[in-house]
Design a protein. Structure first.
Lengths: 280, 280
DNA sequence: CGCTTTCGGCCCTTAATACGGAATGATGGT
DNA sequence: ACCATCATTCCGTATTAAGGGCCGAAAGCG
């Protein structure tokens, strides 16, 4: 999915078609909210209208409503809109639950500092891996994992980590239904994938060496809760050309160490006897 | 209710309090989102419907839309709704801007650890003080400051901090217009309040000793950015019975120390000559 | 310094859309 | 196995949001 390139002047009309799934105005409103990004935190009405394909007056009304609810506010200088602090109030209960974010933040920071590559905290959401925290690489050329980005590719390192903890039948069902995408899947591939997952468990971390996207590599390691269940994954992603096989190994180890640190700080415990000593 | 009245709509001027204007379905939808709290992260359709005063089918539809957009999700066990990770994606750009939150978190944690009372990070939003981070006291009896809570009371310690940096006329305007509430305000009170604000600046932190709410006390200290402007405030709030005048002093000092720590970690500088060591 | 262009907000009409009642299907308790 | 509670769907009605056009304001340009 990801954000596709948007043509500047697409057909202005065409209401109704498109996805048009049993929905509502709310979808439009959310689309407006989503146009705000970290790169472009401030937007004007016309700008938003063009991007979401709605008319100025509609967007203006939506924004006015949001402003009234403090979900957006306007820069006093530029008079343009930006996300409002009321969003904190709405998302607050969610953030409160995501203690992992807080705990992971300094660890990710350190990890990116150490490796120079983008690191992220991913959580499993039934059938997709979502980024809930991210520290971008300092490099000019980098692979970033936007906050809230969702991954459903079987080869994605974080997806591998989460699937490695799922029952075999569940994994098969996810692949069969296409909820987890695996291009050109066949029975042999399915068996091979199960073996791959076993390797992940054995190794302690997952590898995606350009398998989902040609010029991107990723490594991911699991974070456990107190019951020994996987609740999150630490992910390092980088452009492929910068990562040799040897470096991949060291990234994987750094990633695993970071994940273990998050685990212990969360009061969790890694499963099995691997490294029974207290990490430190 | 009105059927296509021929009479032109009433002039939508009058900036006064009569809200309920410029509304929409979106307001209802947001209301639904707001019913989720940290105390009750999971809710059923009927429950929500009762609280927001909408009908079940309406709420059901709204929730379905939100679910589709990943703003809410349902617990696989209980089948009840809770906030979804998609909210992270929406609020992400905002959170990215609020670097203060991250920096403040460990400091607040330490502050609450040390004082035993609830601490919070407040930011100023033109005319209200909003909580963007909070650590709750461990005590059974405590005053909590929910994430996203907004304060507009002139006696609130954090409001005092922010107003102490505003021009005199601006303060007067805010009080006169009622944007900042000051029960029984008169000219004498206004002068007295200005003096109070000067004291805050001089002392370096603000006191609310049961002045806004009888059984609650608060102290707050300013956080500065690199320009020396106040961008946030650290707040400690506690039940009044637990805070003697002496303890108030020590809380204020702890609060000030914490705020200063946040300031320096943000690369900010306190105004005046107080310990302005900033790494170059 | 004044003209042109862009942008944001309002009004108005149409028609699409959300509302709400009730019936249906799902769930869990006694 | 029955009943109670809850969520979801269907459908008619009319309320509501959409979108075009216009105006006022501000920015860009000659």
């Amino acid at each position: 999915m990801m954000v596709d390139t948007m043509t500047p002047a697409e057909s202005p009309e065409t209401t109704g078609s498109g996805d048009a799934k049993g929905t509502s105005v709310i979808v439009n409103a959310i689309a407006v909210l989503r146009t705000f990004t970290a790169d472009e935190p401030q937007l004007g009405v016309t700008e938003i209208a063009n991007r979401v394909g709605l008319h100025k007056s509609t967007v203006s009304r939506i924004l006015a409503t949001f402003e009234q609810e403090h979900l957006v506010e306007r820069d006093p200088e530029s008079r343009r809109f930006r996300l409002g602090l009321g969003l904190i109030a709405v998302a607050g209960p969610l953030l409160a639950e995501l203690e992992e974010r807080r705990v992971a933040y300094p660890v990710l920071r350190e990890l990116t500092e150490q490796t120079g590559e983008t690191s992220a905290l991913m959580v499993w959401n039934g059938a997709e891996s979502m980024c809930v925290e991210q520290i971008a690489s300092h490099h000019q050329i980098k692979h970033t994992t936007p906050l809230g980005a969702r991954y459903t590719d079987a080869m994605s390192a974080s997806v591998q980590v989460f699937l490695s903890a799922e029952p075999v039948e569940r994994v098969r069902a996810l692949l069969r239904s296409g909820e987890i995408s695996y291009p050109g899947l066949d029975d042999a591939g399915l068996d091979g994938y199960q073996i791959k997952l076993k390797d992940v468990t054995a190794r302690g971390w997952a590898i995606n060496y350009g398998e989902s996207s040609l010029d991107e590599v990723g490594v991911a390691a699991p974070v456990y809760d107190h019951r020994g269940d996987i609740v999150a994954a630490v992910l390092i992603s980088a452009p492929r050309f910068r990562v040799s096989r040897e470096r991949l190994q060291s990234l994987g180890e750094a990633c695993t160490a970071a994940a273990r640190k998050v685990t212990t700080r969360l009061g969790g415990r890694p499963p099995g006897g691997t490294g029974g000593t207290v990490p430190g």
